[in-house]
Structure formats: structure tokens, C-alpha cells
Ligand binder design. Structure first.
Ligand SMILES: CC(C)(COP(=O)(O)OP(=O)(O)OC[C@H]1O[C@@H](n2cnc3c(N)ncnc32)[C@H](O)[C@@H]1OP(=O)(O)O)[C@@H](O)C(=O)NCCC(=O)NCCS
Length: 254
């Protein structure tokens, strides 16, 4: 399912089973419940939450922060719900953070899924929609994701999506009380390897803020208002070069 609907200027991405959107303050209780349900299950793999992360006040604050960062175009946190229950429980989240345009056109990707919903292909399905949004609407060239090598489920998600390993960072992120080594991976948008298309995607100048950065909010030039439903790339067109390393460190053989 490849659709993108709109809620004002906030994108809502639809997949076969899910709806992805930036939450509103009315969603605070659903966000608090997600944090409470998954605190233990996510502890080994995700950065430590704030000390008050399980409170309603924290949920409200996080939603306000997410809306502000979304407006600034620097950060986009999508929350996942069942498509048949769009006001119901949150089942997961995907963040595009540190969004930079200009000559970089890059964002970092992070994600988590409710522990009760794992093993159904939901994160892969949701990530496909977010990658499509990042490449087609935001016109990013590159997405980066880091993962603890022993986080097998997450490594498999990145493999399925075509992310490739670019490095191994020692003591990279403080997770569950210690600095953990991470694999550094990325996925690039082959369409923007064409210099003319890259130029058309943005200013092509230095890592930018201001007008170009603001376009990351909607994925459209500032003057055109809200984003429209976008055309779609086939997943296969995100394939990496044959000689790039796979997630297990081996070379791809095509
Ligand atoms: C990482 C995480 C999001 C992966 O969740 P997940 O459910 O394994 O991922 P997916 O939604 O893509 O599901 C894929 C699994 O569902 C199965 N599956 C069932 N139906 C499927 C379908 N229609 N399509 C694809 N996979 C399907 C697959 O076999 C696969 O299992 P496998 O990985 O054992 O082969 C989840 O484990 C999580 O939230 N972990 C804690 C937080 C975390 O680690 N975040 C990432 C930090 S880097």
C-alpha cells in the first residue's frame, strides 16, 4: 500500500496495516501507555529515557518537543497505530532526527516497536513508508542508522531495508548503563546521485538551515504549502552498489 494522506501540514503515512503520524497533545495518554508497556523490553537497545519518562507530564512534553522540532524541520517523529484503529494504542515509533539539507541531505533513523507486536513485519512495513517519505518528499540523499551488533532483530530490519555497514564505532552510545559499540549503517537514494537532480532537490550549498531546512517540515518548497501525495519508488531501486559491504561485514556479490 503506497499512500500518503494529509492532516493539515503534518504528513500522515499509510501502509497496508498502519497509519504513521506526528502525535498531538490529545495522544499523551497513548504515548505514556506505550512507554510504560515497553520500558523493560526496550531498555537493552534504546538510549535511556528521562527519569520521569513514564509520567503523563513527560508524554505531553515529548509531544510538544516533537511538534516544535517538526515545525523547525530538524526532526520528524512518526508514531505508528493500527490503520483500523487510528485513535487507539501506539504500536511503535520511527524518528528521522538531525535532518540536514544543503549539500548533505541526510537524516538519522531510529525506531522501536511494541514488544507485543514484534515478528509480524510491521517495522519493515513502516520503515518502507518513512524511507519513501524521506527520499521522495523530503528529497534526502542519505539515511543513517546505528545498531548494537547483537541486536539481531534490528540488524535484520536494516538488512531487509538494504542498509549497508559503513563502519564500527566503539563505545558509541550510552545504553542501559554502559557505552555500547555500534555498527554504523546507511541507505542512499540513488536518484540524487545525479548532480542535476541533487541540485534540484535543494540549494546544494553548505549544510543549511533557514529556508531550505524549513522544507524538511513539509517536504515541499515553502511557498507550496502542504505536501501532496507522492509518487513511489520501488524498493528495488534503493538497492546498494554491488561492491558495498553487507551488514555482516562481507562484500555483496550481487
Ligand atoms: C528492532 C525491532 C523494531 C524489530 O521488530 P520486528 O518485529 O522484528 O521487525 P519487523 O516488524 O520488520 O518484523 C520482522 C519479523 O517479522 C516476521 N514477519 C512476519 N510477517 C512478516 C511480513 N509480512 N513481512 C516481513 N516480516 C514478517 C519476519 O519473519 C521477521 O522475523 P525475523 O526478524 O525473526 O526474521 C523490535 O525488535 C524492537 O522494537 N526492538 C527494541 C528496540 C530496538 O531495538 N530499536 C532499534 C535500535 S537500533
Amino acid at each position: 500500500m503506497r499512500e500518503q494522506a494529509e492532516a493539515g501540514c503534518v504528513p500522515r503515512l499509510l501502509t497496508a496495516r498502519l497509519i504513521l503520524t506526528v502525535p498531538e497533545e490529545a495522544d499523551a495518554e497513548a504515548l505514556q501507555a506505550y512507554a510504560q508497556r515497553n520500558e523493560a523490553a526496550h531498555r537493552d537497545w534504546s538510549p535511556p529515557p528521562a527519569p520521569d519518562a513514564l509520567t503523563l507530564a513527560s508524554a505531553v512534553r515529548r509531544i510538544r518537543d516533537a511538534r516544535r522540532q517538526f515545525e523547525a524541520g530538524s526532526h520528524m517523529r512518526f508514531w505508528l497505530r493500527w490503520r483500523h484503529d487510528p485513535k487507539g494504542l501506539f504500536v511503535g515509533a520511527i524518528t528521522l532526527s538531525a535532518i540536514e539539507l544543503g549539500a548533505f541531505r541526510c537524516a538519522r533513523v531510529g525506531y522501536s516497536l511494541d514488544h507485543a507486536c514484534q515478528g509480524q513485519g510491521l517495522m519493515t512495513e513502516a520503515l518502507r513508508a518513512v524511507v519513501r517519505h524521506a527520499f521522495e518528499s523530503l528529497r534526502l540523499h542519505r539515511l543513517e542508522a546505528s545498531v548494537i551488533p547483537t541486536n539481531e532483530r534490528s540488524v535484520r530490519v536494516l538488512e531487509r531495508m538494504g542498509f549497508v555497514v559503513e563502519g564500527y564505532a566503539r563505545k558509541y552510545l550510552f545504553i542501559n548503563g554502559q557505552l555500547r559499540d555500534h555498527l554504523l549503517t546507511s541507505l542512499s537514494n540513488p536518484e540524487l546521485e545525479d548532480p542535476e537532480r541533487f541540485r534540484q532537490a535543494g540549494s546544494g550549498g553548505a549544510r543549511s538551515s533557514g529556508p531550505d531546512q524549513a522544507r524538511a517540515r513539509t517536504g515541499r518548497p515553502e511557498t507550496s504549502g502542504c505536501p501532496e501525495a507522492s509518487g513511489c519508488l520501488e524498493t528495488g531501486s534503493w538497492a546498494q552498489p554491488a561492491d558495498s559491504p553487507a551488514l555482516d561485514g562481507t562484500r555483496r556479490t550481487q
